[in-house]
Design a binder for this molecule. Structure first.
Ligand SMILES: CC(C)(COP(=O)(O)OP(=O)(O)OC[C@H]1O[C@@H](n2cnc3c(N)ncnc32)[C@H](O)[C@@H]1OP(=O)(O)O)[C@@H](O)C(=O)NCCC(=O)NCCSC(=O)CC(=O)O
Length: 307
């Protein structure tokens, strides 16, 4: 028992010394680029994973290491089996192990339900309880904003949970899905929402959180269908034809956040550093998703079909 307590104590001392390095380094780096996040918000600073950037930084680092290892392992597995590569017809019949199919099913159902909850709750707290306008809202840190701030915290934590998407892709052997776009998006979005949860979990931040939650209701419903439906191309084109419009909807979301970020920056309604970060980030996502859309539905997609 005492060795257990000693090792817990050692771990916590080790974590504190790591935190003492990472936390000031991150804040001075952010200050250097004009993103002043201190002081922390009193409505969220006591919640887990908020008071310091260290947990989110370590989580992203662990995610990147695991994904790199997963990609290396899958690639070497693919190259050793390439001599006996399966025919396209056997690939369409390839089945995931039962346990993985169940995990994917629950993961997607859970995220549809959670995203729906977050979308409704954030919209209700912002527009009904706090009587926000659609855009141009400052975060005041008032008591009436507590529930909104707490739901934004759930939204931030859900971005860490969404790392599961990449592990699902790797476990299914879908290396094509583990793209730069995907890893860039998953590896950065949690840090951005940590910054918002830490300093200003309300005001105009409600807009992108509510909109993204709504997009994710549809996205995880799409993934749920994609995982449950038979792999025959005729079935997929019959029930998953709307994937193309989902991508366009995601891009419209980024465009709306881009314009909203410029509006918030220009009017000074919300934190200027976070608004500027949002604008730059949306440009990168628009570019990457635009490229994904063209590759999948025009260039690469057409080539694949004719191959
Ligand atoms: C239509 C999209 C939603 C997804 O495009 P894809 O090319 O990945 O779609 P696809 O038809 O190949 O996906 C079907 C495959 O995903 C598997 N699948 C099922 N559930 C999954 C999950 N939770 N995560 C990852 N993959 C999953 C299915 O079993 C199936 O594999 P099988 O065929 O083997 O059964 C697109 O718009 C998109 O987002 N593309 C970018 C890629 C990406 O990583 N997006 C998600 C994070 S970005 C994001 O989240 C932005 C945002 O916030 O809007």
């Amino acid at each position: 028992m005492s060795t257990y307590y000693t090792s817990v104590e050692n771990m916590s001392t080790y974590y504190t010394s790591v935190d003492n390095i990472i936390k000031p380094a991150v804040f001075s780096l952010l200050d250097g680029v004009g993103l002043h996040l201190e002081p922390s918000c009193h409505l969220t600073s006591h919640l887990p994973l908020v008071s310091s950037p260290t947990p989110v930084i370590l989580s992203v680092a662990a995610y990147l290491v695991l994904v790199s290892l997963g990609v290396l392992l899958s690639s070497s597995k693919n190259s050793t089996t390439s001599s006996s590569s399966p025919s396209p017809s056997s690939q369409t019949k390839r089945k995931d192990p039962y346990w993985l199919a169940v995990v994917v099913l629950f993961h997607n159902v859970f995220l549809v339900a959670l995203s729906l909850y977050m979308c409704v709750r954030i919209t209700y707290e912002a527009l009904v309880v706090n009587k926000y306008n659609v855009w141009g809202n400052a975060f005041k840190g008032e008591e009436s904003e507590r529930m909104l701030a707490h739901t934004i915290w759930i939204f931030y934590v859900s971005k860490l949970y969404e790392f599961m998407d990449t592990f699902i892709m790797l476990l299914k052997g879908n290396l094509r899905q583990v793209s730069f776009l995907h890893v860039y998006h998953h590896g950065t979005i949690s840090f951005i929402w940590w910054a918002i949860t830490f300093h200003a979990p309300g005001g105009d931040a409600y807009f992108s959180a509510a909109l993204n939650s709504w997009v994710h209701v549809l996205m995880y419903a799409y993934y749920f269908l994609a995982a449950t439906l038979p792999k025959e191309p005729s079935v997929r084109s019959r029930y998953l034809w709307w994937g193309k419009y989902l991508t366009l909807f995601q891009m419209s979301q980024f465009a709306a956040n881009f314009v909203q970020g410029i509006y918030a920056y220009a009017t000074g309604s919300y934190h200027s550093g976070i608004s500027a970060l949002l604008v730059g980030y949306m440009v990168s996502l628009l570019f990457l998703f635009g490229n994904f859309f063209v590759q999948k539905h025009f260039a690469g997609g057409k080539k694949k079909k004719s191959a």
